[in-house]
Design a protein around this ligand. Sequence first.
Ligand SMILES: NC(=O)c1ccc[n+]([C@@H]2O[C@H](COP(=O)([O-])OP(=O)(O)OC[C@H]3O[C@@H](n4cnc5c(N)ncnc54)[C@H](O)[C@@H]3O)[C@@H](O)[C@H]2O)c1
Length: 379
Amino acid sequence: MISAEVVLPTVFQARRAGLVGGVSVASRRAQTVLDLRKVFPVEEFTGWPADKNPQAAHPDCYKDAIKKLKQPGCVIVATPDHLHTPVILDALAAGFDVIVQKPLCLRVAEAHRIATVAAKANRYVYTDYHKRHDKAVRAAKYKYSTGELGEALCGHAWIEERREMPLKVFGRWADQSSSFEYIGCHYVDAFHFITGLKPRRVAAFRQHKLLKQLGHAAWDAVQAVVEWNNDAVLYVQTSWVLPDSNPNLTNQGLQLTCTQGEYRADHADRNSNFVTQTGGVQRFNPHFLKPYNDWDDPAKTEWVGYGGDSILQPLHDIHRLCGVSAAERRKLIAQFEKTRPLPQQALIATAVNEAVRLSIAHGSRFVVFDGKMNVKLEG
Ligand SMILES: NC(=O)c1ccc[n+]([C@@H]2O[C@H](COP(=O)([O-])OP(=O)(O)OC[C@H]3O[C@@H](n4cnc5c(N)ncnc54)[C@H](O)[C@@H]3O)[C@@H](O)[C@H]2O)c1
């Protein structure tokens, strides 16, 4: 889904702009590559696997694609949440910089491993937390950084998707993740991005009703209460069983109460909606990644928005890292690390994801973090 809707439109556009050269796409089944060729009929790319049986599984064919990849190059990982780590580590071992879909991974130990391997290999690993590029979130960060909002006290975030997500879009792996790990992590990262705070304690809850009735092991909804290291509390509500008729795929937003002000934003309803005979009611978010007429050639399509900006930023970073000395590369990565979701920042949402699992497994008990963000039950 994300490859067809965001990653590849952005990469192909970056190729037209001269930033990117050849593109290879590796999936588990040849069918996915065939489907992508229909979505992008005029774009050239090498597809893996090339099996004549489109349904045969080739979980390791990405390794062949990495072997064929030439420097300068990078690997963009968009596999299911629980399958990011092996691809990232293989890409790093082959000497490539990496862009990975959020969450970086699902376990703190894996995040540390990735950070250590990347540091040793002097490589860059960027997690695509695209909300950081949404101007509605950047504005909150800006006003927080100037002190206009004061200090964070409490807040709530909601991010909930239509039931088609666990039932159709990724029915194959929904039970290996959850609505919290899949989308809730965006708001944990956004809160960390805005405030710079780190989590201290987490208690989490889950419900399993509708999807259970439909024979699915995946949970309907997951919520977490996150206490931060200045005593602030964020409640994050997630689910993926909204009715099929919900006008947007994802309801989402954030409210923050701070000592000197409040931030309140609906990140789904941007007041630009369409109703058409063919498309029905569409709650349109013009800020995400949407096609527009190219200014110079209106017959062409230009993709614009924060979903793409969040892929372009690391592509530009990696471009800057290509061809510089090892010392300069290390210096640049250290500089990027301060402001980008490189492993030390992406670790925060991974740690909360792991804490949520642990809390749920123990009757919603509080989970605490040590200095390295390792999780354990409180008490
Ligand atoms: N940045 C965002 O906001 C955003 C939005 C949606 C999804 N995501 C993330 O993107 C990732 C993919 O999500 P999706 O919704 O596109 O899921 P998806 O199920 O539509 O796509 C995952 C793809 O990975 C492929 N795959 C599985 N195992 C593989 C292997 N061993 N080698 C190569 N390919 C393999 C599957 O065949 C499938 O095509 C997830 O981590 C998800 O959390 C990010």
